[in-house]
Ligand binder design. Structure first.
Ligand code: CIR
Length: 258
């Protein structure tokens, strides 16, 4: 079955993005856009059919499409992002997902960012970040329990989103930064820790059996390779200044229709 990756262009307004943990520094639109092109090329190389949907120049964070939806095999949930400035991003994403999945929509007053939802098989963890609420997690339970998903909340420290701190690897293990999220959260799931010099390396994008890593995290990538994972790398340093990681810039799913 073809694998789709939905992406959105980098808006020229990216330098006005939301920031939570990082100090604002100049972001080059041209550099961010060039890195994003290479990111899309990497997804194509890994077998994804990349579909870039319309941009929203007046939404500085709109390239970070992951936060607007959670796409599972059975359905998709359109989120209500925690940052008010991002709530106008969801409608175009919902439109793009309509051919592919039955949609649920998160309702006010709860909020949820897709970057806070970690999935390992039928287990979901929702990061209790500044963007996602316990009520948002409860709405996921309502939508997804009928499909057999179990949803838990996860505390995190010093990270914008849960997936800033932890990613699921192809075999169900997780890669995490133990300073941001407690390994004991993940039941019996074994984990690999990021290299201590690379605190932001916990966000990697898994496509099939390959782990796409940020070029800024060579030591963590080495750890993954010596644990037997196939890896690839892409430079996303300019997008990282906007607190975006590799998962944030796409929604990857199998091309099955509702
Ligand atoms: C924001 O604060 O919403 C954006 N500047 C960064 C969003 C990154 N998204 C993600 O980690 N899923």
């Amino acid at each position: 079955m073809p694998r789709i990756a939905l992406t959105r262009p980098v808006p020229p307004s990216i330098a006005q993005c939301e920031l939570t943990h990082l100090a604002r520094e100049p972001i080059s639109f041209e550099r961010a856009a060039a890195q994003h092109d290479l990111y899309e090329a990497a997804l194509r190389t890994l077998g994804c059919q990349v579909t870039r949907i319309a941009g929203q120049p007046d939404h500085p964070d709109s390239v970070f499409i992951e936060d607007t939806a959670l796409v599972l095999d059975e359905c998709a949930v359109i989120t209500r992002p925690g940052a008010a400035s991002r709530r106008g991003e969801v409608d175009l994403v919902a439109e793009a997902l309509t051919p592919w999945r039955a949609l649920h929509r998160l309702e006010a007053p709860d909020t949820l960012d897709g970057g806070d939802v970690l999935r390992v098989g039928k287990r979901l963890w929702v990061g209790m970040s500044s963007r996602s609420t316990a009520g948002g997690a409860a709405q996921l339970v309502k939508f997804l329990a009928p499909f057999g998903y179990r949803v838990s909340t996860a505390a995190l420290t010093g990270a914008l989103h849960l997936k800033t701190a932890v990613s699921a690897l192809p075999d169900g293990r997780v890669l995490l930064n133990p300073a941001m999220v407690g390994p004991s959260l993940f039941d019996g799931t074994s984990h690999i820790a990021v290299h201590p010099d690379e605190p932001m390396a916990g966000n990697v994008l898994v496509i099939g059996d390959t782990v796409l890593c940020p070029a800024s995290a060579p030591r963590t990538r080495e750890r993954l390779e010596s644990s037997g994972y196939a890896t690839a790398r892409v430079d996303a340093s300019e997008l990282a200044k906007a607190e975006g990681g590799l998962t944030c810039c796409s929604l990857v799913f199998d091309a099955r229709t509702p």
